[in-house]
Structures are given as structure tokens and as C-alpha cells.
Write a protein that binds this ligand. Structure first.
Ligand code: NAP
Ligand code: G4F
Length: 357
């Protein structure tokens, strides 16, 4: 468990340490990796978390420090992107140098069921935070977590920073709002604000209902004898999947540039969901077609058929490049889920053929 708020030391600290970051969405996949990265770089990290009836800090519990320790550098505070006054209050108390806005109702399918909440957290949430940043009397660098979903029914492949957005979900439409708002605050008010347009990125910490994690976890359940089938939706969709820890490094690099700008972060490699599924099962020596069933409840009212990013600007300006390929990403996720299911990965994973793909 991680302690939060004033009792965790915000009021008592003398703000003498180097750089200070404020992260919304710190309990999520990206927030947890970003917190690790920033702490590793010597930052003092403040995360805003939602009040919940059960603990939501599982992904950052390993970063917990006793708030009484003299060198504590991770602080958590209760807030919500739907609550402007708490955002303003915490921003002004913490006085961060960098703000990373990662908080969101981030599930595309759920956004069709909860469009208003999705828009409130993503679109209005970014507005509330940017307004607080605009009125701050010290310089702040702001990162907005944009998404390749904004490209929707893609105008061209691969997609780059100039590709038009044609969003296909309440989630993506809200992200487009946040994207243009970020540019507006940069252009109109001189806020140092960057948009990362990140393509799908995954890890063992990925939420269990996103397709990659659902599949790696599902295979572990099948091998552990706790499930017989895996039920999925559209297997024809194509995505550009990367490894999340590498993507948070790109977020940080964006805020270290002399001028704010927008960047696509992607691998440039595209695979169908079917290929992802087949590769996961093949890595444990199973034929996926014996286990996977299609359940139409996982089809979406509107689908994004293909996403493939051109991250050459990030490579040239940020010096950022992905290094974990598709097969390696699957291996890492599968190993973690087998382990979590109480299975020894060495006993199940098919050895990688040297030089093989
Ligand atoms: P995630 O695991 O779903 O995490 C979302 C975070 O937002 C969680 O910490 C969640 O808190 C928090 N949150 C949700 N509603 C909130 C609210 N009303 N107020 C404050 N916080 C709220 O998402 P992720 O994969 O880490 O993605 C991080 C960001 O990048 C999101 O904005 C997402 O839309 C965007 N993005 C992700 C990808 C990707 O492939 N992962 C690609 C492009 C863009 P709880 O833990 O309490 O739920
Ligand atoms: O894993 P997904 O739910 O990710 P999606 O919709 O691409 O969104 C993720 O990536 C975005 C970046 O492009 C982020 F902005 C967003 O926050 C999120 O992190 O679905 C991937 C594909 C879709 O085409 C979906 O229809 O997989 C297909 N799919 C097939 N069966 C499924 C399933 N998706 C889910 N979640 N569950 C299924 O059973």
C-alpha cells in the first residue's frame, strides 16, 4: 500500500531537490513505467490517484517509500481529472517542472459504452489541467498522451505527424480534442506543451482487457487448466505494437527539447490480431485455432482497421528508436503471465531458434 496526500509529506518538504514531475494516470501501465524512469533520473515524482474502495496502486507498490524516510521522492495525492479544483490545488502546491497527462478512460471499446465519462476525463480533463498550467506563475513543461487511434479510418499508411485525423470512437474524438487543445495552448499562450502520438504499446503491466494481455494471460490460464477457450472479437484489425518502457522514455525526451513539438512514437511494423494470437500460442507449442472462439460481443460499433506509425521524426530529433520486436514483446508478456499463473515459463516456452524471427 502507498500512502497519499498531505500526510505523505507534501507540506513538510523543503522544495530543494532537482526536478519535480507531476503525473496523472500514475497507477496505469505507462504511469508506472514513467514513475520508475523519472525516479531513476533523480526526479521527485508526484502522482495523482483516484480514490477507490480497493487499492489501485498495484503497479507502483514496488516504488513505495516510507514517507518518513529522509530521501523519499514518490508522493501520491488524491485527485481526479474530472475535478478541476483538486487539479489546481495540487499543481500549485507541488509546483512541478514537468506535467505528464497520462490519465484517461483509455479503453476504446468502453468509450462506446461510456462516451460522456470518456470525454470528461480525456477532453475536459486535459482542458482543466492545461488551464491550471497556463495560469501557473512558474515555467512548466506539459506532455499530452495522444494516441494513434486519432488516425481512425487512416488517410495514408504509415501515419506521421502530418497525417489527418479521422477518429472512429468517442475515445479517439476526445483525444483529438486534447491534441488540438495542447497545440492551442502552445501557440496562443506560449505554454511548453507537447503531444506524443503513441501507437499501441504493451507490457506485462498492460491492462488485462486489452487484446495483447488478454491473449497472453488467456494462454497461461489454458495451460494452467483454468480455462478451455479464449473468446475474442475482430482478428483482422492490424496494429503497430511496441514495448511500453521504451515509449515512456520517448515522453521524457520530448520534454527535454529546446522547443515543444509533437511526435509519433511507433515501431513501423504492423501485424494483425490474428498474427499476434497465433504467435503467442506458437510460443508455447499450441495451435491457436483449437482454443480461440469468436464472440461478437467484442466487435466494436466502428473499428480502426489498421495502424502503422512512421516515427522517423522521433528518431531524428529525439534520438529515439524502438528495440523490442514483435516476437520479443510477446515472449516478455507470456513469460510474466505464465509466472503469474504459477507456471514455470522454462517448462512451457518453445526455445527461440537462433537467427529465427
Ligand atoms: P491505463 O493503464 O488504462 O491507465 C490509465 C490511467 O488513468 C490509470 O492510472 C487510471 O487510474 C487513470 N484514470 C482513469 N480515469 C481517470 C480520471 N477520471 N482521473 C484521473 N485519472 C484517471 O492506460 P495506459 O496504457 O497506461 O495509457 C496511458 C495514457 O496513454 C492514456 O491516456 C492512454 O489513453 C494513452 N495511450 C495509451 C496507449 C497504449 O497503447 N497503452 C497508446 C496511445 C495513448 P485507475 O488506476 O484508478 O483506473
Ligand atoms: O487492445 P485493444 O483494445 O487496443 P486499441 O483499441 O487499439 O486501443 C489501445 O491502443 C490505442 C493506441 O492506438 C490507445 F490509444 C488506447 O488507449 C488503447 O491502449 O484492441 C486492439 C484491436 C482492436 O482492433 C480490437 O477490435 O484488437 C481487437 N480485438 C479483437 N478481440 C480485441 C479483442 N480487443 C479487445 N480489447 N478485446 C478483444 O477480445
Amino acid at each position: 500500500m502507498v500512502r497519499t496526500g498531505v500526510e505523505a509529506g507534501v507540506e513538510r518538504r523543503a522544495w530543494s531537490v532537482t526536478r519535480r514531475a507531476l503525473v496523472t494516470g500514475i497507477t496505469g501501465q505507462d504511469g508506472s513505467y514513467l514513475a520508475e524512469l523519472l525516479l531513476g533520473k533523480g526526479y521527485e515524482v508526484h502522482g495523482l490517484i483516484r480514490r477507490s474502495s480497493s487499492f489501485s496502486t498495484g503497479r507502483i507498490d514496488h516504488l513505495y517509500q516510507d514517507p518518513h524516510a529522509p530521501d523519499v521522492r514518490l508522493f501520491l495525492h488524491h485527485s481526479d481529472l474530472t475535478d478541476a479544483s483538486s487539479l489546481v490545488t495540487w499543481l500549485n502546491r507541488i509546483r512541478p517542472d514537468e506535467v505528464y497527462n497520462l490519465g484517461a478512460q483509455s479503453h476504446v471499446a468502453v468509450s462506446f459504452e461510456m462516451p460522456e465519462f470518456t470525454a470528461d476525463t480525456i477532453a475536459m480533463g486535459s482542458l482543466r489541467l492545461l488551464e491550471a498550467v497556463r495560469h501557473a506563475d512558474w515555467p512548466i513543461r506539459f506532455y499530452q498522451a495522444g494516441s494513434s487511434e486519432m488516425y481512425g479510418r487512416v488517410a495514408e499508411t504509415p501515419q506521421n505527424e502530418r497525417t489527418p485525423f479521422r477518429p472512429r470512437s468517442p475515445y479517439a474524438i476526445a483525444k483529438v480534442f486534447a491534441h488540438w487543445l495542447t497545440i492551442q495552448y502552445r501557440d496562443a499562450y506560449g505554454v511548453y506543451a507537447c503531444n506524443g502520438i503513441l501507437f499501441n504499446h504493451e507490457s506485462p503491466r498492460r491492462g488485462e482487457t486489452f487484446v495483447t494481455r488478454k491473449v497472453t494471460r488467456g494462454v497461461a490460464e489454458i495451460l494452467g487448466g483454468r480455462a478451455a477457450k479464449l473468446y475474442l472479437g475482430n482478428l483482422d484489425a492490424r496494429r503497430d505494437w511496441g514495448y511500453a518502457p521504451e515509449y515512456v522514455e520517448a515522453m521524457w525526451r520530448m520534454l527535454q527539447q529546446p522547443e515543444p513539438d509533437d511526435y509519433v512514437i511507433a515501431t513501423g511494423e504492423m501485424h494483425t490480431v490474428r498474427e499476434f494470437v497465433a504467435t503467442v500460442f506458437a510460443q508455447v507449442g499450441l495451435d491457436w485455432e483449437r482454443y480461440v472462439e469468436i464472440d461478437p460481443r467484442y466487435f466494436r460499433p466502428a473499428e480502426v482497421d489498421e495502424l502503422c506509425g512512421d516515427a522517423s521524426k522521433a528518431r531524428d530529433v529525439l534520438g529515439w528508436q524502438p528495440s523490442t520486436n514483435f516476437e520479443r514483446l510477446i515472449r516478455v508478456m507470456l513469460e510474466a503471465d505464465l509466472f503469474e499463473a504459477g507456471l514455470d515459463p522454462a517448462g512451457y516456452l518453445v526455445p527461440v531458434v537462433p537467427g529465427g524471427s
